[in-house]
Every structure is written in structure tokens, then in C-alpha cells.
Design a protein around this ligand. Structure first.
Ligand SMILES: [Zn+2]
Length: 420
């Protein structure tokens, strides 16, 4: 009877916590290494997910309690009082409201080697639960030092957690180090760190931060140096900034992939250049709505409706953001990308803040944007072929995906059919 009670307690899902603690799953898997824990075989690829925006709510709350975190006005530290500081409300109105969550929860983990290792390990576990086969996660080492660690020590702690996760779960993870628009003095060091930790899974650099108020210019030398060293480049551009920001990212900083890039629909010439050159666009559907990045494209007669989170096929009481419904077929730039077969994919961006999973993003695209299942499958393969892996590794990843998407009998029947 005692055991039954403790099982119920262990399985209790904290309000707002999308990913439950899976210690029991991990224990069960300890003798069966490299297993997928998703209900379906792992079959997704995610390229734009911030590790420092993917901390488990339950872990943040646990660490906050242990560290004696105080809430404003001496409010009692309960999960219900704590979560509104981490997640955006169902209706978030701006990028500023979205970004103001980070200074609250980042210090709970920053500067703490043990906490960094833990959140990195849990990130891999969470990706496995969601059926992700390959992921590239990004973070700013400087934001996670808290003036107690060196950026290299942050990278080593995170790598340690990722390695432990990858030993247990069937997920391959690479990392991208973020330069920050507001702090150009860090950018050259980021390139050096990316070079130094290349053999430890760091595959690229990114430029994140306030695109609207901080120009790209002071970061150009660092990105040029990355080109010289053969380090891959992706840049947040065309999210809340102008289409010019995307052009600069490609022309001045030699970005191979663009984070968000929605504003390219405003410039047919640049749009066509990106399509012809197969430049990958990392789209994040929910965050684009929450940050108001795509507000100007939404028709005035659109409806917003609230949705609850579905876990294991059951609707939970956890409320998600508002989904947008429109009678107009094309209202999100992703529609244009899909119609014109641009090289784009779907990712979560900051799931801790948005309260989403990658499965939810695919469901959202299917149900509310009316993308077809074939277009969604293309997203997965687009991500795989645009990953910052070697050609051999990419080929292997695509092969693994093909085996998951196409029944083996059909593959064999058509392999030798040269008419296709
Ligand atoms: Zn991002």
C-alpha cells in the first residue's frame, strides 16, 4: 500500500510541467543503453532549440527551493507562484515580455556545475521522450557563468551532461555556441571556444539577442574568422528585425542557416535567392506567435483560442498559448515556405518559456496551419540534410530517418525501380 502511494506521488505532474520526471524510465533503461523512450520510434530532427530555454520546470523549482530563491513581495515559493515567472501567459504580447523571463530563471542554473550537468542530461532525456533522433542545441556560455565559472567550464559541464544522456538514450546531440547581439566583446571568444571544443560536439556558432536594437556590424569579424576556421554559422534574423537583417546575416556574416527569417516574404528577390541557394530557415511556430514576430501577417478576422496540453493522448489542465485560427489559407510565412518548397524545418526555440514540445509544434502546423503530412515529413528531412554534420554523418541520419518513415517492404520494391 505504501508503495502504491509513493508511485502516485512520483507520477504526479506538476502544473505547467510538460515533461515529467522520468527517473523510473531511466532506471528501467539502465541495462538497455541507447534506447528510445518515445511512444513511437524516434523520427524527428530539431535544429533550433536553446538549451538555456529548455530547463525542466520541475528541475528549476527543485533548484530554486534548494537555493532559497525569494519571490517578489515575499510571496510563498510554491510551484503555482513560481511558474508565471518562467512561462509566458497564454496570450503573450511581445518579444520583450517573452525575453523578460530569462533573467529570472537563468541564475537558478548559472554558475553551478552540478546544475548545468543535470539540465544538459535532462535535455537529452526530454528529447528522447519526444521522439527526437538528432538535435542541435544552442546556448550562450557567457550567460551561464554567473561570474563564478569560465565559459569553457560551462561548456565542459554541459558536455558532461549531454554525453551521459547520449550514452543512455537514442538521441544524437551537437551544440551551437551563441554570440549575443548586445555583447559583441564576447563574439571572438565564442569562435575560439567553438574551435577548441569542436571535437567535443560543438559544430557551429549563432548570433542571438535583440535584433531590432543591436546591429550585426560588430560581430562581422568573428563570423569571418569562423569561416576561416571552417566553423558553421547560423544567425537569428528576420524574426522581429527587418528583411535587411537577413540579407546582412547572409552577405556580411556568411550565415548558412537563418533562425526564423519570416520577413523574407517581404522581399521577393531575397526570398528567391534563399530558395535557389537552398538556405535553411529554422522556423519556430509558437514562439513566432508569442513574440509577435508574425503579427503583421495575421489577417484581422483571425481568432485566437486557448489550448490545453495533450499528454499521452489525454488533455491535461496545463494551458498552452493561444493558437491562431484564420479563414485565410495563407497567414503565416511558413505557408509560403511550404508552398514554394523552401528548405525549412520546425523547432521549439525555448520550450521552458513557451510550454511546448516539438510534437506539439508539428500538431499545431498540421491542425492550425493546415500543412500537409507530406510537408511536415519534408520538414524533418530538410532539417536532417541541413544539419551541421559531415556529409557522411548526414547521409547516415537521412538513412535512419528513411527507415523510420518508409516501410521496409516498400523501400525494397522501389529501390531497383529506375522509373521513379
Ligand atoms: Zn532562438
Amino acid at each position: 500500500m505504501e508503495n502504491q502511494t509513493s508511485d502516485v506521488e512520483e507520477n504526479k505532474i506538476l502544473p505547467g510541467t510538460l515533461i515529467d520526471s522520468t527517473e523510473k524510465i531511466a532506471q528501467n533503461l539502465s541495462s538497455q543503453r541507447r534506447r528510445s523512450v518515445s511512444y513511437n520510434q524516434a523520427s524527428l530532427v530539431e535544429l533550433h532549440i536553446h538549451l538555456d530555454g529548455s530547463f525542466r520546470h520541475s528541475t528549476l523549482f527543485d533548484l530554486a527551493q534548494k537555493k532559497g530563491l525569494k519571490l517578489v513581495n515575499d510571496m510563498e515559493l510554491t510551484i503555482e507562484n513560481f511558474l508565471p515567472y518562467v512561462c509566458v501567459k497564454t496570450v503573450c504580447t511581445s518579444l520583450a515580455e517573452f525575453l523578460e523571463k530569462f533573467p529570472f530563471f537563468t541564475p537558478i542554473v548559472a554558475g553551478d556545475v552540478e546544475a548545468l550537468e543535470r539540465v544538459a542530461y535532462e535535455f537529452v532525456e526530454d528529447q528522447a521522450i519526444q521522439g527526437v533522433l538528432y538535435t542541435e542545441t544552442r546556448y550562450s556560455p557567457h550567460y551561464l557563468t554567473a561570474d563564478k565559472l569560465q565559459p569553457g567550464e560551462v561548456i565542459e559541464a554541459i558536455n558532461c551532461g549531454l554525453r551521459r544522456g547520449m550514452k543512455e538514450y537514442d538521441v544524437d546531440v551537437r551544440t551551437i555556441l551563441c554570440c549575443v547581439r548586445q555583447n559583441p566583446e564576447w563574439s571572438m571568444e565564442i569562435v575560439k571556444l567553438a574551435d577548441q571544443y569542436r571535437s567535443a560536439g560543438v559544430v557551429a556558432i549563432d548570433l542571438a539577442g535583440d535584433e531590432h536594437n543591436y546591429p550585426i556590424d560588430p560581430h562581422i569579424p568573428a563570423f569571418k574568422h569562423a569561416v576561416e576556421l571552417g566553423i558553421h554559422r547560423t544567425i537569428h534574423a528576420g524574426e522581429t528585425g527587418s528583411v535587411e537583417s537577413v540579407r546582412q546575416a547572409i552577405e556580411l556574416c556568411h550565415a548558412e542557416r537563418i533562425g526564423h527569417g519570416y520577413t523574407i516574404v517581404d522581399d521577393p528577390l531575397l526570398y528567391d535567392y534563399i530558395r535557389r541557394n537552398d538556405i535553411h530557415i529554422e522556423c519556430c511556430l509558437t514562439s513566432s506567435i508569442q513574440t509577435n514576430a508574425i503579427a503583421k501577417y495575421i489577417p484581422v478576422d483571425s481568432e485566437k483560442r486557448e489550448k490545453n496540453f495533450i499528454l499521452n493522448g489525454q488533455e491535461t489542465k496545463t494551458r498552452l498559448h493561444s493558437h491562431i485560427r484564420s479563414k485565410k489559407e495563407i497567414w503565416h510565412p511558413i505557408h509560403h515556405f511550404a508552398r514554394d518548397s523552401l528548405n525549412f524545418s520546425l523547432s521549439c526555440d525555448d520550450p521552458s518559456v513557451s510550454q511546448i514540445t516539438i510534437e506539439h509544434e508539428y500538431e499545431h502546423a498540421l491542425a492550425d496551419l493546415k500543412l500537409s503530412p507530406a510537408q511536415l515529413a519534408q520538414c524533418v528531412f530538410n532539417a536532417a540534410r541541413s544539419a551541421f554534420l559531415t556529409n557522411t554523418e548526414k547521409k547516415l541520419l537521412v538513412q535512419r530517418l528513411v527507415a523510420r518513415y518508409i516501410p521496409i517492404g516498400i523501400l525494397q520494391d522501389h529501390l531497383h525501380d529506375t522509373s521513379i
